[in-house]
Design a protein around this ligand. Structure first.
Ligand code: RTP
Ligand code: MG
Length: 140
């Protein structure tokens, strides 16, 4: 059994829709534990740094504008296979392609406003957790 931590963000569209609690229930019902959390209004520099891997992509400017458009809820989740499990709960990037019952199918509007972020692998999970919560949040 692999207990992991992953970084999750509830994006401005879902915070504005007042569904933080509903999304937290999905994490908890799937066996993921919230081990760190804070609400934040990201600055342009923070959003650009977080999504630096996408800086050359055509959608980068819109992505940064969206992520700074309102408060986000940032959390580290811990559980067995937490990285993959969270991505399963989220569903596909484009909510139109997301499987029924996933967070994006149920709460997201578009590929730009798609409700949640989740780390996509062990290296990004570590980098992203440290980015928002520091080394201490990596756990054992
Ligand atoms: P995230 O990083 O936010 O968890 O989303 P993801 O892994 O499912 O998707 P990723 O490829 O990492 O892209 C990051 C965010 O950029 C926006 N995007 N727009 N217009 C487009 O073709 C496009 N592709 C990606 C999405 O909002 C995506 O969540
Ligand atoms: Mg991604």
């Amino acid at each position: 059994m692999t207990v992991e931590r992953t970084l999750s963000i509830i994006k401005p569209d879902a915070v504005a829709k007042n569904v933080i609690g509903k999304i937290y229930s999905r994490f908890e019902d799937a066996g993921l534990r919230i081990v760190a959390a804070r609400m934040a209004q990201l600055s342009q520099a923070e959003a650009e740094g977080f999504y630096a891997v996408h800086s050359e992509r055509p959608f980068f400017k819109d992505l940064v504008a969206f992520m700074t458009s309102g408060p986000v809820m940032i959390q580290a989740l811990e559980g067995e296979n937490a990285i993959a499990r969270n991505r399963e709960l989220m569903g596909a990037t484009n909510p139109q392609e997301a499987a029924p019952g996933t967070i994006r199918a149920d709460f997201a509007e578009s590929i730009d406003a798609n409700a949640v972020h989740g780390s996509d692998g062990p290296d990004t999970a570590r980098t992203e957790i440290v980015y928002f919560f520091g080394e201490d949040a990596l756990g054992a």
